[in-house]
Design a protein around this ligand. Structure first.
Ligand SMILES: Cc1cc2nc3c(=O)[nH]c(=O)nc-3n(C[C@H](O)[C@H](O)[C@H](O)COP(=O)(O)O)c2cc1C
Length: 454
């Protein structure tokens, strides 16, 4: 009696006989699964672009006139003040019958989502605190890093965030003099540099009650909040400019202002107290630079002029990296004095990137694998595990056979080995379905390429 006689393999045999139908079914199932996934993703993405609960603009002609679909309040807080302000602001916004979302900057990926705020007609409010040396809170670190890099990266261009409406309120302490409210100043500046539209002049909250414009940081915030709400109402009515649209080169020429009043500089160089002097003024880099300057910035550049344009940029970058180097030297003298290159990934950035799901490679690069690639790698790993097991089984079987072993263990191993052989044949046969697999993979890849190309 042969070892195979012990086992009833008829169900497996019938499976083998009908293998082509099985392959066909599997391939069809997989293709359908991928299609459903793609459709689901598209639907979710289009829903994400709308603020939750926002009216569907396609429903009626009246709703098509929606100027503000909702408000997103982003906060970067360490001890909770900014978060508390976000809740208060959200309550005030709700009274305007507008959907509102409060978002911790820690949980927000600007790379994926910020551009979506433009199409969704959202107004974004940023409430950000400043900490030691003018640094952002840990939760806002990645957001600020991304914003700074994008604003200074010529590939993003001056219109990357064109149409994004935003307002910034900063939390700080004027006792920190030169670093007072630095984060809010920078966030305001970087958003502006990327072409976003400032709907209200930046507000500054000062913990230093003596210096605070309204007597306390809470009062500073309340004053800014009142302006923000009335600006929102105006935006809801479809009013584009609060100051009659005469803003040019950072100076508002409307009748409300006398000449010589302090204005927000495009670079955001406001001095403590300046911000609150402003009337709400909608502006973007395009507005403030003036059409001609703006066109010269964005239009096609003669290759010969490119050097002239890039030289100051390069010089600025060199100076910046020189300053950064100096700062690093102060922070970590042993390292730089040794002549060792400054690490491009700081510990904080490393942590932020790891949290974002990046795998860091070496000192200055990282990758983020998409879910499907991870699934694919997992699949390959399982396949490898099976192959290795099968190989060991084969070795064992050959050895046992050579030793003439006919024990129960031998018979079990033999059956497993025989099953493995059948399976491996099945896998080979499955490749006959290559065209179907290929189209499924192509479908998957195209959907990813579309997602990636924005
Ligand atoms: C250790 C420490 C450092 C700070 N550094 C600055 C600073 O450099 N510039 C500034 O404007 N405010 C600074 N502040 C003030 C905070 O920004 C202010 O307290 C703010 O309200 C904190 O907001 P939060 O509670 O949302 O974190 C600092 C506060 C602390 C406790």
């Amino acid at each position: 009696m042969g070892p195979l006689d012990v086992w009833d393999l008829s169900p497996l045999l019938s499976l083998w006989m009908n293998r082509f139908y099985i392959y066909m079914g599997c391939a069809l199932g997989l293709t359908l699964c991928i299609c459903v996934q793609i459709i689901k993703k598209q639907v979710t993405r289009s829903q994400e672009k709308r603020v939750p609960g926002a009216p569907d603009s396609s429903l009626s002609p009246q709703k098509k006139q929606t100027h503000v679909s909702g408000v997103k309040i982003f906060y970067g807080s360490q001890t909770g003040t900014a978060k508390g302000f976000a809740v208060v602001l959200a309550k005030a916004v709700t009274s305007l019958d507008l959907p509102v979302a409060i978002i911790n900057l820690k949980e927000y990926d600007p790379d994926d989502s910020l551009i979506g705020e433009i199409t969704s007609k959202t107004v974004c409010a940023f409430l950000v605190a400043t900490y030691t040396d003018g640094c952002p809170t840990e939760s806002a670190e990645w957001f600020c890093k991304w914003l700074e890099e994008s604003a200074n990266d010529f590939r993003f261009g001056k219109t990357y965030l064109k149409g994004l409406r935003y307002a910034v309120f900063g939390l700080g302490d004027s006792a920190y003099r030169s670093h007072f409210n630095k984060v809010s100043t920078n966030v305001d500046k970087w958003l502006w540099m990327l072409g976003a539209q400032r709907v209200l002049t930046r507000g500054e909250g000062d913990c230093n009650a003596v210096q605070s414009k309204h007597g306390s940081i809470e009062a500073d915030f309340t004053a800014w909040k009142t302006k923000f709400i009335s600006r929102l109402q105006a935006l809801q009515r479809g009013e584009k400019k609060a100051c009659g649209g005469n803003c040019k080169r950072g100076k508002c020429e409307s009748a409300q202002h006398g000449p010589g009043e302090a204005r927000p500089h495009p670079q955001g160089e406001l001095h403590p107290g300046d911000a609150e002097e402003e009337e709400p003024c909608e502006s973007s880099s395009e507005d403030e630079l003036g059409t001609q300057d703006y066109q010269s910035l964005t239009s096609v550049v003669d290759v010969e002029d490119l050097g002239n344009i890039m030289n100051p940029v390069k010089r600025e970058k060199r100076e910046k990296s020189h300053q950064d180097g100096k700062a690093a030297m102060q922070r970590n003298p042993e390292k730089t004095e040794d002549g060792e290159g400054r690490a491009m990934i700081t510990p904080a950035l490393r942590e932020a990137l790891t949290k974002q799901g990046y795998q860091l490679i070496g000192s200055h690069s990282g990758v983020k694998l998409c879910r499907w690639t991870k699934v694919f790698i997992g699949f390959i790993q399982i396949l490898f595990l099976f192959s290795a097991t099968y190989l060991f089984l084969s070795i064992y079987f050959v050895c046992a056979h050579m030793c003439g072993g006919q024990s129960t263990a031998y018979r079990i191993w033999f059956s497993l080995w025989a099953l493995g052989t059948k399976l491996s044949f099945s896998v080979t046969a499955a490749t006959w379905m290559a065209p179907v697999w290929f189209s499924a993979v192509l479908l998957w890849y195209t959907s990813h390429a579309v997602r990636g190309s924005r």
